[in-house]
Write a protein that binds this ligand. Structure first.
Ligand SMILES: C[S@@+](CC[C@H](N)C(=O)[O-])C[C@H]1O[C@@H](n2cnc3c(N)ncnc32)[C@H](O)[C@@H]1O
Length: 314
């Protein structure tokens, strides 16, 4: 399985959902829903909060961001593994797991990097509060499971909706990886301490050598530093002050692991939806070149672990 195959899974899933709709009224609702969700997602570029519970957010996110984020996480894992050993059986907790890009990336990374004769597994606890996002994750991960099973990689996935439940119920869980990929919103200052303390509690579930991986927006040199960037700086300092140490990793700006920066396969679903908008007299959804999905690493990546000599209270 390669990235193109997985892009095809997204295309088939979304096209399948669309063609199942029996009349044009429902089809127009689907297309307008994707239009609204895509416009809402643009708030991310301005460093704002997005309402992920909007209808059709799962579809809009899967088309535009799922593979971009999976590619970013894949690159981050590759960079970490050159400085720090990752196991062939990974137990992962993915906070704000969205449409399941973390599961895609870890499953694919294991298949591509670990000796084919070794049995690999990823056991994922995805914590996601938005139903449209987690429903899409369920569908995409089902396909992923079927497709990579024959590469000796087993994918198990559990969906949870609440971080506190994950902390309480997985009390004795020991994880290899805790992932936060573009998870954090802009928080009121009085909420930040609570969020940081929860993140610390989650990192305390890591086994010795386990990794906490944070992917987050980059400070934009033209705009003023956004609250999300400031929060990430504060959070990383807080985790370090509690004893975690950074894993040195290098990631080239604009790097991508797949073959082409502009995805031909995902573009197909955008063009299909646009043609349906035209047929039904609706405004087209993907208008400008940058409305179509593309790859590249433009964010920031922090990876932290617990030093071997530190006694932790779990
Ligand atoms: C920008 S998306 C990132 C999704 C995924 N991690 C990725 O990189 O593709 C952020 C997601 O985090 C979820 N989220 C944020 N805070 C959360 C929380 N405290 N509990 C559950 N989900 C959360 C949102 O609903 C949204 O789906």
């Amino acid at each position: 399985m390669n990235w193109g195959d997985f892009e095809q899974v997204i295309v088939s899933e979304i096209q399948g959902r669309y063609v199942k709709l029996s009349d044009d009224l429902q089809k127009a609702d689907f297309l307008s829903g994707i239009y609204r969700a895509k416009s809402e997602m643009l708030k991310l570029n301005a460093g704002g909060n997005v309402d992920y519970c909007l209808p059709y957010m799962g579809e809009a996110y899967a088309i535009y961001y799922h593979m971009l984020r999976a590619d970013n996480i894949f690159l981050a894992l590759s960079a970490i593994s050159s400085a720090h050993q990752l196991p062939a059986r990974i137990k992962l907790i993915d906070i704000g797991s969205g449409t399941g890009s973390g599961t895609t990336a870890v499953g694919y990374w294991l298949g591509a990097n670990v000796d084919p004769s070794i049995r690999k597994s990823v056991e994922v606890y995805g914590v996601e509060r938005s139903e449209p996002m987690s429903k899409m994750a369920g569908s995409l991960i089902r396909h992923l499971r079927q497709r990579i099973r024959n590469t000796q990689t087993n994918v198990l996935h559990y969906q949870l909706s609440n971080t506190q439940i994950a902390i309480d119920r997985l009390r004795n869980g020991i994880f290899d990886l805790v992932l936060f990929s573009y998870t954090f919103d802009v928080y009121e200052s009085d909420k930040q301490a609570e969020v940081m303390s929860r993140v610390l509690q989650l990192t305390q579930k890591l086994r010795q050598n386990g990794v906490a991986l944070f992917l987050s927006p980059n400070p934009n040199p033209i705009k003023t530093v956004s609250p999300k960037v400031e929060f990430m700086d504060t959070l990383i300092s807080y985790l370090k002050s509690n004893g975690m140490k950074p894993i040195p990793i290098k990631l080239r700006r604009s790097a991508f692991a797949c073959d082409e920066k502009r995805s031909v396969v995902l573009r197909r679903i955008c063009e299909f939806l646009n043609s349906e908008c035209q047929r039904l007299g609706l405004p087209i959804i993907y208008e400008k070149q940058d409305d179509f999905p593309w790859y590249g690493f433009y964010g920031r990546c922090n990876a932290l672990t617990w030093p071997a000599n530190l006694t932790r209270v779990v």
